[in-house]
Design a protein around this ligand. Structure first.
Ligand SMILES: Cc1cc2nc3c(=O)[nH]c(=O)nc-3n(C[C@H](O)[C@H](O)[C@H](O)COP(=O)(O)OP(=O)(O)OC[C@H]3O[C@@H](n4cnc5c(N)ncnc54)[C@H](O)[C@@H]3O)c2cc1C
Ligand code: FES
Length: 295
């Protein structure tokens, strides 16, 4: 393995100069998605919003022998690993060959990781000085970084609510990441499904709107991750109601640490930012329109 030193624990937004091999501890179903757990014996603890570049140690390439690039995946859960190090959980949606291979990983297989990468969500007071709490709004696999953020808020006693949107009951992947140790859904979580089969019928923005329209809306910060159309709707609603928000965004990434410019997206007013090092978390007012730039 590459032997250059790793950064000190907790150092956000710096790429560790060391690709390291981890072992798969488990791979389980989560409502149509997979949760793959790796054991990282050497790396620092990641912050919510950060991501890793993952590549299976074997079978990582096309049938013609061409190797895949690593794939960017947000960390959804962390905990101390038995025998030392950190267990890292990733919520995976198999949308193509790379995520498909990662979803098929079996316990004991090797995975090359680089990370934690990118910046993390800020605390509510860092985003808006008067903010007392937070609302986390997730859609689909976008629930992953919010699950870790919810856990940190609970540990630090920061008031929060969670709004999650899914297509229907059969597609609620990642919902178990928002359950307590008893297996019951955390009481602060509210659900919306498009067909009404679980929670309120409608979109997650239908749950958010009454909160944004409330008298105390500006005392909270909205944290969100999900499909570009959902993020754009939330960005625009927050701007309209004068509420601060942070968006965890995606763009195709080749390196993950600032070297290739593959993830460059336009900045309002001109210029570009590299989403892997300037993001993936951006303030709502740093983004002109999500759907065009980040789809
Ligand atoms: C910071 C970050 C965090 C991410 N976190 C997660 C996560 O927690 N779980 C998860 O399942 N996925 C996550 N993704 C998305 C994941 O990286 C892509 O789905 C993956 O790279 C697709 O690779 P593939 O070979 O499976 O499919 P490909 O064949 O590469 O792509 C399949 C389809 O997905 C589209 N696509 C590919 N990459 C992206 C991307 N980055 N954003 C949007 N669309 C894309 C392609 O245009 C194509 O339509 C994240 C991406 C980023 C940038
Ligand atoms: S992914 Fe290479 S610069 Fe961002």
């Amino acid at each position: 393995m590459d032997s250059a030193p790793l950064p000190r624990p907790g150092a956000a937004s710096r790429a560790p100069f060391g690709r390291r091999r981890c072992e798969v501890a488990s791979n389980r179903d989560s409502g149509g998605y997979r949760v793959v757990s790796l054991v990282d014996r050497e790396g620092p603890e990641p912050e919510p919003g950060q991501f890793y570049m993952l590549a299976a140690a074997t079978g990582w390439g096309a049938r013609d022998g061409r190797a895949f690039l690593p794939r960017a995946i947000s960390v959804a859960e962390t905990m101390p690993a038995a025998g030392g190090g950190i267990r890292l959980d990733f919520l995976l949606d198999a949308v193509g060959p790379g995520t498909g291979r990662l979803c098929d990983l079996e316990a004991g297989e090797g995975v090359w990781i680089v990370g934690p990468l990118g910046n993390a969500f800020a605390s509510p007071r860092e985003v808006a000085p008067g903010a007392a709490g937070a609302v986390l709004v997730g859609g689909g696999v976008g629930g992953a970084p919010l699950a870790l953020q919810r856990k940190r808020f609970a540990e630090r006693g920061i008031a929060h609510r969670v709004l999650l949107g899914f297509r229907d009951r059969a597609h609620t992947g990642g919902l178990d990441l928002f359950c307590g140790s008893s297996g019951a859904l955390c009481p602060e979580v509210r659900l919306a499904t498009e067909d009404g089969s679980q929670g309120v019928q409608g979109r997650v923005t239908d749950l958010l709107l009454p909160i944004l329209a409330g008298d105390d809306a500006a005392s909270g910060v909205i944290y969100t991750c999900g499909p570009p159309a959902m993020l754009e709707a939330i960005r625009a609603l927050c701007a309209e109601h004068g509420v601060s928000c942070e968006l965890a965004l995606e763009s195709p990434m080749a390196c993950g640490f600032g070297a290739c410019f593959g993830c460059a997206v336009p900045k309002p007013g001109g210029g570009f930012l590299r989403l892997c090092i300037d993001g993936p978390v951006l303030r709502g007012d740093a983004v002109e329109e999500v759907s065009h730039a980040y789809a």
